[in-house]
Design a protein around this ligand. Sequence first.
Ligand SMILES: Nc1ncnc2c1ncn2[C@@H]1O[C@H](COP(=O)(O)OP(=O)(O)O)[C@@H](O)[C@H]1O
Ligand SMILES: [Mg+2]
Length: 139
Amino acid sequence: MKYQTTTEHQTFALGKKLAQTLRGGELILLQGELGSGKTVLAKGIGAGLGIRKTITSPTFFLFNIYPVKKHPTIKRLVHADCYRLKSGRDIVEAGLGDYLGQADTVVVVEWGEKLPRKLQQGVRVHFRVLKNQRSIVVS
Ligand SMILES: Nc1ncnc2c1ncn2[C@@H]1O[C@H](COP(=O)(O)OP(=O)(O)O)[C@@H](O)[C@H]1O
Ligand SMILES: [Mg+2]
């Protein structure tokens, strides 16, 4: 599916919509240059899952874990960012690996293309910055 958004709000709303399709166990790989909207989409996914706490970029920790309270099948959202990593192997060993494929967990990874290739099985979201908009392709 291909989308074009012209505002941060629209990208956030797309994340909320995407969240409605999730059941747990999904890995969502976000790819695209800095400032292309990956964190905004992750925030929208969090809101769509009913998380009240603001989703912020994982900086000090490699990934953040947000409890999901009122969802029938999803118990937590894990939000990771591989931007600063040379190898995505590090974050997997640092504990992210424990959450991949867990039926009650949704994992969202910015710079997901840095994860070890064999783990990159999930929903891919490609972001591109166009003149006045973002092109967002979900596949
Ligand atoms: N259509 C859009 N979708 C998302 N963000 C947008 C859009 N247009 C402008 N922006 C701005 O681009 C920036 C995207 O930031 P962010 O989501 O943190 O990027 P990334 O995580 O990909 O580095 C924000 O400052 C946001 O306000
Ligand atoms: Mg980001």
